[in-house]
Write a new protein. Structure first.
Length: 115
C-alpha cells in the first residue's frame, strides 16, 4: 500500500491556522477545525475519500495555478468545503494529496459560479 502525504497550499494553511487560532474561543471555528483535521486523517487512509469533481468543472484558477488535472471535494460543517488534488509522490511508494482550499460556503459558491 502506498503512503499518502497530505500537503496544504499556502492559502489552505492560512485558513487552517486561522481556524486553529480561533478554535479555543469559538465553537464554530473549533467545529470546522476538528472536522478538517479528521478529514485529513481520512484522506491519509483513502486518498479518494472526497467527492470527485468532473474535469470540465475544475476551475481554471486551480488548473493554472497548480497544474492539476483532478479535484476532490470534502464537505465540512457549516457548509464549508475542502478541495484537494492527488498526484504521484517523488517515489513509487508515495501519493500526495494537495489541499488547495478550505473555504466557506459564500466563497465556494462564488468560485464555482453559483448564486
Amino acid at each position: 500500500m502506498k503512503d499518502v502525504k497530505v500537503i496544504l497550499s499556502l492559502e489552505a494553511k492560512q485558513v487552517y491556522d486561522y481556524l486553529n487560532r480561533l478554535s479555543p474561543s469559538s465553537k464554530k471555528e473549533r467545529m470546522i477545525f476538528k472536522a478538517v483535521s479528521y478529514k485529513i486523517d481520512l484522506i491519509k487512509n483513502n486518498f479518494q475519500y472526497g467527492d470527485p469533481i468532473a474535469k470540465n468543472l475544475i476551475p481554471a484558477e486551480y488548473k493554472n495555478k497548480y497544474g492539476i488535472n483532478n479535484l476532490f471535494r470534502v464537505e465540512l460543517p457549516d457548509f464549508w468545503r475542502m478541495l484537494y488534488s492527488v498526484s504521484e509522490g517523488k517515489s513509487e511508494i508515495e501519493i500526495i494529496a494537495f489541499v488547495l482550499d478550505i473555504i466557506n460556503h459564500k466563497d465556494y459558491n462564488t468560485k464555482w459560479g453559483y448564486r
